[in-house]
Design a protein around this ligand. Sequence first.
Ligand SMILES: Cc1cc2nc3c(=O)[nH]c(=O)nc-3n(C[C@H](O)[C@H](O)[C@H](O)COP(=O)(O)O)c2cc1C
Length: 361
Amino acid sequence: MLARPRIGPFELPNNLFVAPMAGVTDRPFRQLCRRLGAGHAVSEMVTSRKDLWNSLKTSRRANHEGEPGPIAVQIAGTDAAMMAEAAAYNVDRGAQIIDINMGCPAKKVCNKWAGSALMQDEALALQIIEAVVAACAPQGVPVTLKMRTGWCAAEKNALTIARAAESAGVALVTVHGRTREQGYSGLAEYDTVAAVKAALKIPVVANGDIDSPHKARQVLAYTGADAVMVGRAAQGRPWIFAEIAHFLSTGETLPAPRVADARAWLIEHLHDHYSLYGELTGMRSARKHIGWAVQGLPGGDAFRRAMNQLESCEAQVEALNQWFGSLAEQHERLPYLPLAETAANDDNDLTEEATTRRLLA
Ligand SMILES: Cc1cc2nc3c(=O)[nH]c(=O)nc-3n(C[C@H](O)[C@H](O)[C@H](O)COP(=O)(O)O)c2cc1C
């Protein structure tokens, strides 16, 4: 049985979260991940800047049509009053949970003193948290917080901020085991996640480099976290959630998905994607999803290059159908190395010291 963490009044179906990824975790992708086993999905960041609320990009990001609840929307910004307004605006448009982003290292965000840059200014971070909690409380909407371990290795203040956030009424905290300075380089460490979990009463989610069912189990055991959040490993392989769920429940690894099933999921995802973005934008932005889906499969790279030349949604679907069709003639199941074997570290040592040693090796 998988744990079922709570976020305020909501009991989630399981403890496997898909990470918010700008440009990736739009409504179609979130729904696909949920269908394939994710218990919670946070939508991409929505800016707290009012002037951008009516832009097509923001309104697509805020599209939750047919999405199962609870609907969680992430906001990012630098100003407490604006963040409170953004939270209220999203709640009015259907958000049932507001997630504050203090974990994104993207330049565009950090230059404006948002995302993980906020971790450098604890007082401002707390002001924002308090303002957002106050804006959401009248509607009974819980607030969650996503952050990194700190600004840099010498200033890991996740624990301080997490404690303050809990006291301010935050309902759940996610920690990505890297500092802002690291970006996505190096390896995630889990000691800080474990320390945050040990200090807090609210649920804590471990994030960073979880790329297989084995790794998910190791990280849950090592940190004591209530849930794991998976980002990049779900790109092109959204069934990783079902694989993790099965492994955590039974101790056994699932075989790779049938080629025919993967084809059907992908094509359904593409149609959903095109209907959100329209023909031209949809065709272009679908390329990355298709590229990820064929990555690691025989002939996948050549197919991706050829597919990138296609200029219509119809041609994309047709090419994909054919490619998976011929793959299915030779293989019943996706011919990947099993995920468990490709896990980055089968090394069980998740301590910060061991992580540093592996990095320096
Ligand atoms: C393309 C991309 C976009 C991301 N966008 C966001 C975002 O909008 N908000 C956020 O909190 N984190 C964002 N992240 C960070 C992820 O949520 C996650 O913390 C990070 O990728 C580490 O998890 P992973 O190792 O499982 O990928 C993004 C990551 C990627 C790769």
